[in-house]
Design a protein around this ligand. Structure first.
Ligand code: ADP
Length: 529
């Protein structure tokens, strides 16, 4: 009875060992394998027959042999080794992360004769931990970056690694200062030459979805995708392209939800990417988008700040010039080389110039503080036109004025509208050759008034036509560029927009430019209250 019971117990134990998910191995004190269960076969690739009698070193990587000595020395002292995380090697050479527990086996006399070893495969858990760590560190790294190319590269490297892709690419759509879109990209696991010769892939049916932000595209075999191979000129993967069978593409969306680029991964084998890869890459992509938004803001602030620095130097110079001239005249008068009567008009011209510069600077600081106060009053169109023309020196030009026969009452800030016109007229004088004609025309168009200033100067090329209204923006021509701070049109635009109107320029190079302002004649309704 007792013996039967023991048999039963042993049979039960054997069954448990055979069916365990963990590899259960026993060995003697020489390190030779004495038992090898089914999970050990599965995990390490050696059959029971292969393994029995072999030294346990068959599954221990060379650089970890000293671990076995440590384990044996513990066993000899009767100690157990519990949950020891290490790496073992399968028959095919693959390294497996395992957690092992080793207990001594004693014979009937209580002597230690060997050890039983339980090995649990923790590869997945390890991978998960590594990914988590990688995700954490990539998050930290990219959020600390403000340089677009560095962000692109770091994100591409990390996601290529996480997705287990053979190569990855990050295509990032950028708009330059002229509003034109272009693509920057970073590669991981592939050379730039591998991509450069094929042009941007954005227009193909497979790629398009990602660039349009339609969502993630994952394919176990992209060559079987119905959209694949439909696009000229390559009809599929261009010849010489890196071999892509498994394909994963994840759009990178800005915080506002707009597509700003895409991450693309490829692998020459089928079925490499899974749902988990999608989730991980998408999560990094959203962090990347925030970092890219920040980088963009930083870039813009930097550009503006540089412009401002240049401007401060420039404005100081502008202020100094009339002062130096005035000083010169005063010294001449002191030395009685020139009469006071002669210098007075010259000095007052320089003073007017100083006044103009200071007024512009004040306007700019008011605009920037959001305090450009407009004082709307009943104003006369005729007065505005005459006053503006009288304020500008047309000695070298012909001026022509064309306006409605009857005066028009406008509801406007007369002084500010005059300032805009003076600016347009001074520009016309400044940017057109002597002896040419400058025309001012005013007309009523429905309930709006439109005033235009046209010159016969060199004109403005199309690419600058809208930018000239930006602050500090100047077009430098090859020849000597006339004096200016690049503020006049910016201030004018602010003033006209304050009148709920608009300002724009038309130009034909070599023939001249026309600047138009148009705003409502009547008191804007929101000012009635
Ligand atoms: P500034 O004249 O001080 O440079 P503005 O803001 O008045 O600044 O003008 C911005 C730029 O627009 C000028 O630098 C010039 O290049 C261009 N511009 C303005 N008016 C004309 C014009 N009538 N003809 C040609 N270019 C012009």
């Amino acid at each position: 009875m007792h013996i039967e019971n023991l048999d039963e117990k042993q049979a039960m134990l054997a069954a448990i060992i055979e069916n365990s998910e963990d590899a259960i191995i026993s060995k003697n004190l020489d390190g030779r394998i004495t038992s090898w269960n089914r999970s050990a076969e599965r995990m390490f690739g050696y059959t029971e027959n292969d393994a029995l009698g072999q030294l346990i070193y068959i599954i221990i990587p060379q650089d970890r042999h000293q671990e076995e000595a440590m384990i044996i020395s513990k066993l000899k002292k009767g100690e157990r080794v519990e949950h020891f995380e290490t790496v073992r090697r399968a028959k095919n050479g693959k390294l497996i992360h395992v957690a092992i527990s080793v207990s001594p086996i004693k014979n009937g006399q209580g002597q230690i004769v060997g050890a039983s070893k339980i090995a649990r495969d923790i590869t997945q858990q390890k991978q998960y931990e590594e990914r988590l760590q990688l995700m954490h560190s990539i998050g930290k790294v990219i959020s600390a970056q403000l340089d677009v190319s560095t962000i692109l590269q770091k994100v591409t490297d990390a996601t290529t690694l996480i997705a287990g892709a053979a190569f990855g690419a990050f295509f990032y759509n950028k708009t330059d200062s002229k509003g034109e879109a272009y693509t920057l990209y970073a590669l991981s696991g592939a050379k730039r030459e591998d991509f450069d010769k094929f042009g941007m892939p954005r227009n193909t049916a497979v790629f398009k979805a990602t660039f349009e932000g339609e969502g993630i595209v994952r394919s176990d075999d992209i060559t079987k995708d119905p959209r694949y191979g439909k696009n000229a000129p390559h009809q599929g993967m261009p010849q010489g392209h890196l071999p892509v069978v498994s394909y994963l593409a994840v759009p990178v969306l800005s915080q506002g939800g707009l597509p700003i680029g895409g991450l693309f991964f490829g692998h020459p084998e089928a079925g490499v990417f899974n749902e988990e890869h999608e989730t991980l890459v998408a999560s990094i992509a959203s962090q990347a988008a925030i970092a890219l938004d920040n980088a963009k803001l930083y870039e813009e602030v930097n550009i503006l700040s540089n412009k401002k620095d240049t401007f401060i130097g420039f404005a100081s110079h502008e202020l100094k010039t009339p002062l130096t001239t005035i000083k010169g005249y005063l010294q001449l008068a002191e030395a009685s080389e020139i009469s006071a009567k002669e210098i007075l008009p010259k000095v007052s011209k320089q003073l007017a110039r100083l006044e103009g510069i200071i007024a512009d600077l004040l306007d700019i600081s008011k605009i920037q503080a959001g305090k450009l106060d407009l004082h709307f009053n009943k104003s006369s169109l005729k007065e505005i036109l005459v006053e503006s023309i009288e304020s500008v020196d047309f000695t070298d030009h012909m001026i022509e004025l064309d306006h409605p026969s009857e005066d028009v009452e406008l509801f406007a800030d007369q002084q500010k509208i005059t300032q805009v016109l003076v600016n347009l007229l001074s520009n016309a004088v400044k940017y057109s050759p002597a002896e040419t004609r400058i025309t001012v025309s005013a007309l009523l168009m429905g309930d709006e008034v439109q005033i235009s200033v046209s010159d016969e100067g060199e004109g403005i090329s199309k690419e600058h036509l809208t930018s000239i209204f930006n602050q500090y923006y100047r077009v430098s021509s090859g020849k000597k560029t006339p004096k200016g701070m690049g503020l006049g049109l910016y201030i004018s635009k602010e003033i006209i927009e304050g009148h709920l109107g608009k300002i724009w320029a038309e130009s034909e190079q070599g023939k001249g430019s026309s600047f138009h302002i148009r705003f409502p004649v009547e008191r804007p309704r929101y000012l009635n209250s």
